[in-house]
Write a new protein. Structure first.
Length: 724
């Protein structure tokens, strides 16, 4: 059945002048998020409103005073930029696919559509349907797919309360404030049928006679379409309407219901819209029920379970993202009985056979979504070289008789979408020094040779601009919190009012998962205080990050940092910025001087924030785990690496904290403050430039996606599973 999308009603009551009418189209496609010149068209009409609407162009246009359009209309330069952006936008949308990267290098894939499933997508801070790195990676993946011209449809859930907005109490305790996402104020449109009625699909829970009804929202991401399923639909029982509303809230049963909606509902939504993917990528095990639904379809069409499973395997890619056991969903058999008793007969299986699909004796006795995914996907990968080794050992028992190094799981190291993560001042520097086509040839190391031609003066000036943008941004955030009246003076101190533009600034921002050890640098507080308070060579640290709402331990770590930030002995040189999200991340990764990462190895599967820092000329100081093990040069010429300690627990922490202090005292602080007569730190800049040159080509989403295409997508798309 062909389907159509409801007309864009988002701007029905807004009168945009004819000359600027296409702003509405730009607002409804997230392409603007990685095209700074498109973003500036909104920004320049009303910078303050752009900021207060969270850079959400849909809300922005809905709230803009119509008089403001006159600013643009009266400015020939604005109109010229508008025309150029619209022309590029149309060229992107209407391009003959044969001219794209995929058309040139993997033309077979133009006849195939990939379905990419992920429980979260981090695309922009105004669409808070992600919690951390996994979601941001999924977002970067589909943005790059758009750039390369790969035909992709993506599937996820519309979380109306998003993840959480973080507020800290005067006591430093994290409050989990739900976001409030109104689909009409987002770049999303409801998918409708030929009669203009909302298109619904149905998924059975524990009582198959009362299936749940799901609506489908469409979000445009360049040339890629993302479909978001939504259980908040009239006619559904009240208790079911909030199932898809929060990302990672609730208990195991809630989680299982969400995953049923994503997996089973996702396949049915694509079918209902007449979309026929020929290969499928499950980003982490959360979406693994989509595999069962596809098996069910084949069995309904007459295949045996084994034949059906073989077809599904041949056409499926599965990526696992963490070696942390708690990161893998496991559902108790009682829950599986409740929700799948009506389902397994449709697969041609009995209970035992069905539960065996999710068995992983080594770690548990429940239904393990990662084990299920490994069993039903022939293309399997981890996300860094080291994570590949760990994964093969961790899951070796799924392949009895195989040694870990024979386990058929490969790795594709993560990468970041450079046009998204390169800060505007740095991107203009690249435009000017490399040429505007650096984005299209970013995976070629030769592209980045030109970095050496940039004068140190110019390079430093651009970095200092990003740094002062960060500090101004942090001040403005805390000023607003103060003005809102619920912030006490001690909280203002913790938010970083004393940060200095001239001091070496360390950034540490990530989810407060325990293995990331956010408080490691406080291991010896006296020594840290001496480093920070050196009157000649001061050092300051900016922290940010959210703890999972159910993670008391993570919240205590945040509280500890908050108290340290207020402690006079650290001289106001520690700040905690509330509400870490993609917006704050963009300021931090470009605006600090050094990016710190000290996970407990080998638990950081890849990590991506350090890549974002490096491409902006901010070197890393990091434990050699995940991606940094592959990127670091042993002479420290592109950043600083710390060998993981062979010890365990407290002794390991002590050892690694010592190594951090020593690196700061002996090498990093002296290097930063070694200034020539002009006040420029030439030795530091050499490291920063080398960070860009070595990280940008190899840790870009472009390199990553091309690797997926050549090694995993082509075999899946052209496999025998796609016999017609
Ligand atoms: C990039 C990013 C992450 C992932 O960072 P890691 O280094 O992998 O921990 C998490 N959250 C946000 C908001 C990000 O932008």
């Amino acid at each position: 059945m062909p389907s159509m999308t409801s007309p864009a009603t988002a701007f029905a009551s807004v009168s945009i002048p004819e000359r600027l009418a296409r702003l509405a189209d730009l607002a409804m496609n997230l392409w603007w998020t990685w095209n700074d010149d498109a973003a500036s068209l909104f920004h320049d009409l009303d910078p303050r409103l752009w900021d207060t609407t969270n850079e959400n162009p849909v809300q922005f246009l809905q709230q803009l005073d119509p008089e403001r359009f006159a600013v643009g209309l009266a400015d020939p330069d604005y109109l010229r930029r508008y025309d150029a952006v619209v022309a590029r936008f149309d060229a992107m949308l209407n391009a003959d696919r044969s001219t794209t990267w995929v058309g040139q290098h993997a033309p077979e894939l133009l006849d195939h559509t990939l379905a990419y499933f992920s429980a979260e997508f981090g695309l922009h801070r105004a669409l808070p349907i992600y919690s951390g790195g996994l979601g941001v990676l999924a977002g970067d993946h589909i943005k790059e797919a758009s750039d390369l011209g790969l035909p992709v449809v993506a599937v996820s859930l519309l979380y109306r309360h998003g993840y959480l907005s973080q507020r800290l109490t005067a006591d430093g305790w994290q409050l989990d404030v739900p976001a409030d996402l109104a689909p009409s104020a987002e770049p999303s449109t409801l998918v409708c049928d030929e009669d203009g009625e909302p298109l619904y699909v149905h998924v059975a829970f524990d009582r198959p006679e009362y299936p749940l009804r799901l609506a489908i929202w469409r979000v445009n991401v360049g040339r890629v379409t993302l479909y978001l399923l939504d259980s908040d639909v009239e006619g559904n029982p009240d208790w079911t309407r909030t199932i898809s509303s929060r990302l990672y809230g609730g208990d195991q049963e809630h989680r299982l219901r969400q995953e049923l909606i994503l997996g089973v509902g996702g396949v049915r939504a694509l079918r209902a819209m007449g979309i026929a993917p020929t290969y499928w990528h499950a980003n982490e095990g959360h979406s693994a029920f989509h595999l069962l639904e596809r098996v069910r379809e084949y069995v309904a069409a007459g295949l045996t379970f084994d034949e059906a499973a073989e077809r599904v395997r041949a056409t499926t890619i599965f990526t696992t993202h963490t070696p942390v056991p708690a990161g893998h969903d496991v559902f108790p058999p009682e829950l599986m009985d409740r929700y799948f008793a009506h389902f397994w007969p449709q697969l041609g299986l009995d209970r035992e056979q069905f539960l065996a699909l999710g068995r992983h004796e080594k770690t548990d006795h429940g239904f393990n979504m990662t084990a299920l995914s490994f069993r039903l996907a022939n293309q399997r990968n981890a996300v860094s070289e080291r994570h590949g080794e760990i994964t093969r050992t961790m899951w070796a028992d799924l392949w009895p008789g195989k040694e870990p190094d024979e386990v058929p799981v490969t790795h594709v190291t993560n990468g970041i979408h450079l046009p998204t993560w390169t800060a505007a001042p740095v991107a203009s520097l690249f435009d000017q020094e490399i040429g505007p086509d650096w984005r299209e040839k970013s995976d070629d190391p030769a592209t980045w040779e030109a970095i050496d031609q940039i004068s140190d003066e110019e390079f430093w000036e651009v970095h200092c601009r990003a740094k002062s943008d960060l500090i101004a941004h942090l001040r403005e955030r805390s000023r607003r919190r103060w003005a809102a009246g619920d912030f006490d003076p001690a909280q203002v101190v913790a938010a970083g009012p004393y940060l200095e533009e001239d001091a070496l600034t360390i950034g540490f921002a990530r989810r407060f998962a325990t293995y990331k050890r956010a408080t490691l640098i406080f291991h010896d507080p006296d020594r840290l205080a001496r480093i920070l308070n050196d009157p000649e060579r001061p050092v300051q640290i900016v922290f940010a990050g959210k703890a999972h709402p159910a993670d008391e331990g993570g919240k205590r770590l945040i509280q500890e940092i908050y108290w340290r930030a207020r402690d006079p002995r650290f001289g106001g040189r520690i700040a905690f910025a509330e509400d870490y999200d993609m917006g704050l991340a963009a300021y931090l990764v470009a605006g600090v001087d050094l990016w710190l990462n000290n996970p407990r190895a080998p638990l950081e599967a890849s990590g991506t924030s350090g890549m974002k820092a490096a491409v902006n000329g901010v070197p890393n100081l990091s434990i050699l785990d995940g991606w940094w093990r592959e990127a670091w040069l042993p002479d420290n010429s592109n950043g600083w690496g710390l060998e993981p300690s062979p010890l365990e627990g407290w002794a390991q922490d002590a050892d690694e904290a010592e190594a951090i202090y020593e690196a700061l005292e002996q090498r990093i602080v002296p290097c930063y403050y070694d200034r020539g007569p002009s006040g420029i730190p030439h030795a530091w800049i050499a490291v920063a430039k080398n960070a860009i040159k070595t990280v940008a080509p190899r840790f870009s989403a472009r390199r990553m996606l091309i690797e997926y295409i050549n090694r995993l997508y082509l075999p899946a798309a052209t496999s025998s599973g796609n016999r017609r």
